[in-house]
Write a protein that binds this ligand. Structure first.
Ligand code: F6P
Length: 529
């Protein structure tokens, strides 16, 4: 289906931008945010084709099915309703004929009461009010609250929040060093409460706490769907916050998995975050496709990955506080759309979702942007920036940040011609062959695509909108690719083999059945002193 589009990928972006009104026409605005995709080689004809592809793949129908609580995660037989977690002002949402909203609101109220108790010092540790919170979780039980807590640090007025995810003991050791167990609250966040990294870290944290506190479990809370397992761990039910199987791990920061964020910024700002997500849901459900930000973000993504054939895309927030957003989007996009078969189980006839990577600007400019400007692979760049910062006394910093962001998208598009490079070398005093040689290195091909998402300021509401925007983008791309975006079977094999490997490394079992490379690596580990 991409052939007709592929034939249309040859336009020069700078030429397209000479068309009157292109910038406004190839942009979508919503609630104080502007998504500009005019610096891409997408022509009006290509956009029309992309929109017809969305229509023929029944994106609108699938969207209605998702919001209606149908079991669109077909391989796990589950509904996909993370949107219900932020549906504060909406109506009932039914799964199997049951309205889930009373349960959602009740859990939110319990989280809020607990967060207020902690923040106001009514819930204490053995040594007094809680000064530090450690969230132990991994993947979807870690990346969202970690990303959000960092993103919204100007709103942080609760206890300090720390995040431990890696089973590498270095992670928890570095976190615990310097913390007082008597004033620390540990949240064990795991939907399944079986994930080996999380359970290993949780036990280490409990042992650490037990050295200084008589009743360590009293300073533990859990976020999990597995109440029997949290009880076995010794966590009292009043500090267990559950969520249903219709909330996928990477879509879960809107509910109890967001507890550390709520503890940090307070329930009111957490609600503003939820309302931002809900506002994006409303927009996604009702705006016509061409004015629909998630739809156009998705179609631009597919244009680059499937029509132009660019295998990766970079997400480049010009915001140091969004430094974990690329990692968050990596899980959201790649765990969702990195699949090899269609919903029906047939091999995909095209590529799955692209590789997603990135770093905040301006740091990336001094690292990998060299390849983006002059490498032989084209990397579509998704810039993101707030017009205003949070530091009134440092506006000159923010102005420079914005200037850099805008300049990068311009430079990628414009490039520098050989004639311009030669003129530059002439001015620098070069001549003859050396001038030619030097000029060649200073040519930028240009015509490198980018999009920019710009908004006023990174508030809790804005963050909610951005996260929901990308969630729906992933959904639309998944529907068009025919993928189930809501399962993650691809992580299972590694987990199973890691379990098998542990007794081999300890020497309890021999690794005779393993391949030569694996046996060699095992021998190295066992031989190390
Ligand atoms: O890595 C696979 C995965 O299942 C993710 O999807 C999930 O977010 C993560 O592990 C953590 O799972 P849990 O919350 O059950 O510990």
């Amino acid at each position: 289906m991409w052939e007709a589009l592929t034939a249309d990928t040859g336009a020069r972006i700078s030429e397209l931008l000479k068309e009157e009104g292109r910038a406004a026409d190839f942009s979508v605005s919503f609630d104080g945010m502007l998504f500009d995709y005019s610096k891409t080689a997408m022509s009006k004809e290509a956009r029309a084709l992309l929109l017809s592809i969305a229509q023929s793949h029944r994106v609108e129908e699938r969207r209605a099915a998702m919001f209606a609580g149908e079991k669109i995660n077909e391989t796990e037989g589950r509904a996909v309703l993370h949107t219900a977690l932020r549906n504060l002002d909406g109506g009932p949402v039914e799964v199997d004929g049951q309205d889930v909203m009373p349960g959602v609101l009740e859990t939110l109220a319990r989280m809020e009461a607990f967060a207020e108790d902690v923040r106001e010092g009514r819930f204490t540790g053995a040594g007094g009010p809680i000064t530090d919170v450690i969230n132990i979780g991994i993947g979807g039980s870690h990346l969202g609250p970690e990303m959000g807590t960092r993103a919204l640090s100007p709103y942080h007025d609760g206890p300090r929040c720390h995040f431990v995810s890696n089973v590498d003991g270095a992670d928890i050791a570095d976190c615990l060093a310097g913390l007082d167990p008597r004033t620390t609250l540990v949240i064990v966040a795991s939907k399944t409460f079986t994930t080996i990294e999380t359970m290993t870290n949780a036990e280490t944290a409990r042992a650490w706490m037990a050295k200084a506190v008589d009743d360590p479990a009293a300073q533990f809370a859990a976020v999990s769907s597995a109440e029997d397992k949290t009880a076995d761990f010794g966590i009292a039910p009043e500090r267990v916050f559950g969520f249903e199987d219709w909330v996928g791990g990477r879509y879960s920061m809107w509910g109890p998995i967001g507890l550390p964020l709520m503890l940090a910024i307070g329930p009111e700002d957490f609600r503003a975050f939820l309302k931002g997500g809900a506002a994006m849901d409303g927009h996604f459900r009702t705006a016509p496709a061409q004015e629909n930000m998630p739809v156009m973000l998705a179609l631009t993504g597919l244009w680059h990955s499937h029509a132009c054939g660019f295998p990766t895309r970079a997400v480049l927030p010009y915001d140091q506080r969004l430094s974990r957003l690329p990692a968050y989007f990596q899980q959201l996009e790649m765990e969702s759309n990195g699949k090899r078969v269609t919903m029906e189980g047939d091999a995909l006839s095209e590529q799955s979702g692209p590789v997603v990577w990135g770093e905040p600007g301006t740091n990336g400019q001094h690292a990998f942007y060299q390849l983006i400007h002059q490498g032989t692979q084209v990397v579509p760049c998704e810039f993101m920036v707030a017009a205003k910062g949070h530091e009134p006394e440092l506006t000159h910093h923010h102005d420079l940040l914005v200037a850099n962001c805008l300049a990068q998208s311009e430079a990628l598009m414009r490039g520098r011609t050989l004639a311009e490079a030669r003129a530059q070398m002439e001015t620098a005093g070069f001549e003859g062959d050396e001038l030619e040689r030097q000029a060649a290195h200073r040519v930028f091909p240009g015509n490198r695509p980018s999009t920019t998402l710009i908004y006023d300021r990174l508030t809790p509401r804005r963050l909610g909108q951005i996260v929901a925007l990308y969630e729906h983008r992933v959904f639309v791309e998944g529907v068009i690719l025919g993928i189930n975006s809501f399962d993650q079977w691809g992580v299972e094999l590694g987990k199973a083999l890691a379990k098998e490997m542990a007794p081999i490394l300890s020497g309890a079992e021999d690794g005779a059945g393993k391949d030569g490379s694996t046996r060699q690596l095992v021998a190295f580990v066992r031989g190390a002193t």
